[in-house]
Ligand binder design. Sequence first.
Ligand SMILES: Cc1ncc(COP(=O)(O)O)c(C=O)c1O
Length: 444
Amino acid sequence: MRFINRTVNIPKFYTIRIRLYTIKIGDSQTEQVESVRNFERMNFHFEKMANRPELMWLGRNTNHLPAHPKVRDAMLDCIRNEDYHVYAPPFGLEELRRLVVDNLGLDDMAALITDGAVAGLYHVCHTFLKPGDQLITTDPTWEWTLKFAGSIGASVKKINIYGQKFEYRLDPARLRTAVGRHCRCIYLIDPNNPLGTSCTESEIAEICDIARSLDAYLIQDCTYRDFAFQHHLAAKFYPERTITIWSFSKWLGTAGLRIGAVVANSDLVETLSQSPPNILGSNIVSQRGAIQGLKSRSDWFPQVLATTRENQALVFKTVNDLPGMLVPVYPSDGNFLIIECAQAGISPEVICRLMDQHDIMVRQGSYHSERFGDQFIKVSLSVPRGWVEQFCRLLPNVVHQAKTASLGDNAFWGWGNNSFCMNLLTYMRDDQPANKRNCRWILN
Ligand SMILES: Cc1ncc(COP(=O)(O)O)c(C=O)c1O
């Protein structure tokens, strides 16, 4: 085996160093990519996307509709006045903390401002779980929380809720039979990402009852609550141990500003306040924007919601005309829809790749579920109407093309599926055709 260090010069933005080696396979001598670290691969993928101004983001549930001018002005003022020289208060600006609990209607509870919902989830897992505990959730789910729990040594159990059989929702009776005595935490994404279903009030009451019977924590991840037709907070039924996670990324459209909240009773918040990762306060510019966002919410958000739902309707109608394709949950309580493509014999990754060629990013199901990831793509819709129209215009042709695309071509899409190789393939194309072939082989 021969090792070669090679620098690949990538047009415009990137230079990465990779290590290539040569091995013999049968008669053919091939060079292959070795030791490209996962974090490099993942970051490269997202960096590349972030540097495509033409990209239409229909895959990350982010909100791309114009912000309320007051939100922009509040942040610009904060920058102009250079208010950012100080650390923000450790648990958030008081006005923001108050607005958060008011908005959720959880008046007796306390809010901690976090660096996005994800940081809240990380902190909650690290504070309340220990090795040997079990966290129970649904499949599909949002995988990062599971990784946080796993990193502490907790085990994760998933309840399958995918398919017509389960109506894409968690039946509390199934939760009751699935939980065991080690269950320390129920992680409920409500509305569910990616499915777009949310729990009824009686389901929430029953889930709370189950959590109480185990003395378990109930994390209700309400990142998409603002898009739901109806939403019911578990904290009202089980205030003792419910931890409500909320995000500004999706409804306010501030994903890049990293701001979210954890809301719980004061005892739990007291515990959480002992060692939060953001003890020096969250981004003060973002917090000023979030305050204005909450204050101007009733003027501005209804239009965002209306656009999101009109976009949903357009996608639903388009998909309905395509044999074998299906939107199984409609309308969705999230700002996204899943589109099933398995009946049409199409791989989600191929659709993603073909859409990407038209500067449209949609999400492959495998991001959310190893087991059901081959069934669907997810399209997020709090985006300009023109993006959705373009997606709908292209979809019939993309479906047609996807039916004839070779499986070999689909191995590289989505960073979880070696998209980095796809990028490498692209960049090495002119330079090293042999590397292109071999990279495909090794990372398949
Ligand atoms: C279910 C769920 N929870 C949490 C997050 C993270 O949200 P934030 O951007 O506020 O960190 C996401 C982001 O997609 C999500 O889908």
